[in-house]
Design a protein around this ligand. Structure first.
Ligand code: F0G
Length: 463
């Protein structure tokens, strides 16, 4: 086709109204929420880009599939459909359903790890890190050198640092239960990991006798980037590329709330028979019988369909392009973002945008509050509130101070993105008025979800 506009590859059959608020209402809502966007009522948000997790729209096929859910406690037909769909994508032997990604993490980690061990990853996401640290395991991030330079354009900034991985596995021989790679690298800007990087990491792990586990929440977006960017991959289907990615792994943890295109669900998949048997027993303790793992039969049906739809090339092209469309507008206007745009989100580099706010006053958190007040946009901080507190209770600034604008799948249209760009450009023009914030009260683990904050000075935005 000679037309170049990439359109949403769907029509809209059901709509959900969004509620409009005034700036005054939002300023009041922010105070009532202790300056923590997690504590807002979703109804007070106009464009909700807090997360791409579980917030997508399901297809007519998925809703139809749900009517066929088999709710038998054990051996339900829906489980076998789900199992076949996951096996087709991953090729892995044992497929264990869980209610979401962190349940898969908790089950694997509490079964396979003991205190004092070390787990390397390109970058652990918050729940992954917290689930390891809760067991006394050290979570180590081995980002490639390009990963921490937000403005640098490179094709695979999600790569794990192979030399550092080799060193880690040598230095801590016998203390690494497995290594992980997160695709795409969520905390590092939604950046993809190259097929070659996964292959080489896998070879290193084999050399050291350590299994490799993929945190594969966004495997389809990662496969699409490989198709677009990695030499020799452009002729392949995303499904074929994904299958090769998984072939280098001994297992995976999956939050199907992302690339499973469902509102709830996840799984753990493993090749090791003995480990899988132990994990299943652990699953029964808290999640449920191994053929439902905390999910309803209808959830398993929707997930089986979602895993197929997510690998559709028209869907992936639209998905990645709609994020890049916002990225292009921001870049053209000089708004500093992590380059190039990621698969599921745009990440604003708050340190570059607010050089007058010290890292100790959480510039990314302050910026996300300002975006809400000015435009009703909810984003999430990926910075020192999320990652600054160390297991020993000390504070260490995060590698980057980012505001993530995550796109729910198949939910917003191009005019929503145009509005979003307008809000971002306006806030950028007012950036000198934004002041820092301080923590008032916070729990020791995963504090960003519930912490209370307040302006570090008189107000968030000076007049
Ligand atoms: N791993 C990664 C890379 C993730 O991004 C997430 C969730 C999880 C694991 C945990 O999955 O939420 O189903 O338990 N990320 C969401 C986000 C919450 O907003 O990025 P879960």
């Amino acid at each position: 086709m000679h037309f170049k506009t990439i359109i949403e590859p769907f029509r809209i059959k059901a709509v959900e109204p969004i509620r409009f608020t005034t700036r005054e209402q939002r300023a009041a809502a922010l105070i009532a929420a202790d300056y923590n966007l997690f504590k807002l009522r979703a109804e007070d948000v106009l464009l909700d880009l807090l997360t791409d997790s579980g917030t997508g729209a399901m297809s007519a096929q998925q809703w139809a599939g749900m009517m066929q859910g088999d709710e038998s406690y054990a051996g339900a037909r829906s489980f076998f459909k789900f199992e076949a769909a996951v096996r087709k994508v991953t090729g892995l032997r044992h497929i264990i359903p869980t209610h979401q990604g962190r349940a898969a993490e908790r089950i694997l980690f509490s079964t396979a790890c003991t205190a004092g061990q070390i787990v390397p990853n390109n970058t652990h996401f918050d729940t992954t890190r917290a689930n390891l640290e809760a067991l006394g395991v050290r979570a180590v991030d081995l980002r490639c050198p390009e990963a921490t330079q937000p403005s640098l354009v490179a094709p695979f900034k999600g790569n794990i640092d192979l030399a550092a991985l080799d060193r880690c596995l040598t230095e801590h021989a016998g203390r690494v239960p497995f290594a992980m790679i997160t695709v795409t690298n969520n905390s590092g800007g939604g950046q993809p990991v190259a097929l070659a990087n996964i292959r080489e990491a896998s070879a290193l792990c084999k050399k050291h006798g350590v299994p490799l586990i993929l945190d594969c929440c966004r495997f389809a977006e990662n496969a699409w980037f490989i198709k677009q960017r990695e030499p020799g991959q452009s002729h392949r289907t995303p499904a074929d590329i994904a299958r090769e990615m998984f072939s280098y792994a001994d297992g995976c943890t999956m939050s199907a709330k992302k690339d499973g295109l469902v509102n709830m669900g996840g799984f753990l998949a493993l090749n090791d028979d003995a480990l899988a048997a132990k994990c299943r027993n652990n699953l029964i303790l808290t999640e449920g019988f191994p053929t439902y793992g905390g999910l309803a039969g209808y959830d398993l049906e929707a997930l089986a369909v979602g895993l197929k739809e997510v690998l559709d090339e028209h869907y992936l092209e639209y998905r990645v392009r709609s994020v890049a469309y916002l990225g292009d507008k921001l870049t053209a206007a000089g708004v500093p973002i992590v380059q190039p745009p990621g698969g599921h989100a745009i990440y604003i580099d708050a340190r570059a945008m607010l050089p007058h706010v010290p890292q100790s006053e959480f510039p990314a958190w302050a910026l996300s509050c300002a975006l809400y007040v000015e435009g009703g946009v909810r984003s999430v901080e990926i910075g020192s509130v999320m990652f600054g507190r160390q297991p020993d209770g000390t504070e260490k600034p995060a590698a980057m101070e980012l505001v993530r604008l995550a796109f729910p799948r198949r939910v917003y249209t191009q005019s929503h993105v145009d509005y979003l760009a307008e809000v971002l450009l306006y806030v950028h023009s007012q950036r000198d008025r934004i002041r820092g914030v301080k923590l008032v009260e916070a729990p020791p683990l995963l504090r960003h979800f519930t912490a209370k904050l307040a302006p570090a000075h008189d107000e968030l935005l000076t007049s």
